[in-house]
Design a protein around this ligand. Sequence first.
Ligand SMILES: NC(=O)C[C@H](N)C(=O)O
Length: 331
Amino acid sequence: QNKPTIYVLATGGTIAGSGTSETSSTYTAGGLTADQLIQAVPAIDKIANIKSEQIANIGSQDMNQEIWLQLTNRINDLAKNPDITGFVITHGTDTQDETAYFLNLTIKTDKPVVLTGAMRPSNALSADGPRNLFNAVACAASPTSKAKGVMIVMDDFILGADDIQKSHTLTMGSFSNPNFGPLGIMYNEQPMFFRQSLKKHTTESIFDVKNIKQLPKVAILMGYADADDMFIKAALEHKIEGIIYAGVGNGNMSTKVINTLSKAVQDRQLSVVRSSRLPLGPTTQWDEIDDDKLGFTTSWFLSPQKARILLMLALTKTNDYKEIQKYFTEY
Ligand SMILES: NC(=O)C[C@H](N)C(=O)O
């Protein structure tokens, strides 16, 4: 029939998980296959032909760069097939923001790529997975979803990868674009878009991971009152190339932390990106810290975990902090 073909790549998560009963909070993420997830939503057949593939079947707390690279390379390859309209990735919610942002920077297609997941396991009373999967397929099937960057569809909202945040440990409605608002909503089997990100992504992104087997090593460390530099020293022993420091307030750091980090910038060209432990607002340059003097970069609106992804990709190109700072304003 004349329906769009959507390619579903399944990776596990609570959407594929099963609980000990339909009302218990005890469950294991992952388990159900891509085919089982799709068969549980017969309404999908009305709107799309589905092809599917099992990439992994894990809780997303175990997501890793091998799977990221596999997803990127597979989608870039499949996107050349004119019969495929768009892609849906089922994924655990814990690190969905990271995978979405990684793909946003490394996928080279205008075709819609939509991630979805669930907060309740597949056999829970009022499980959210089936509706989310239906909406994700409907979003990926629509021509209006093209060239919008990688999106996440959860709880009827369409969310952009650069601002996506999981903000509640337990309940549905956990996902939002907290700084700039959602891109749109799913309504009546169709996406309705109200906003679009101006950040570079997908076809405009310069990051190409086709020949990359191992990404540069970057760690995240968090600031707090009376922060010591012991974790920085420990990280430096592991041949780390970059540190994202999730500082207090506007990416601030204790004097001890600043001194140890700036010494590592000078002595061994460590790349340091200041970010914030706060959920909202940018980490701006030059407020209380002289970034140019120290050779530091700031993450602007990226959360520490997304700043880590951009820094890993940036380090495949350069370790010049000015160039890296440019990336943090563009992506
Ligand atoms: N709601 C979920 O999907 C949580 C689960 N731990 C996961 O990320 O796979």
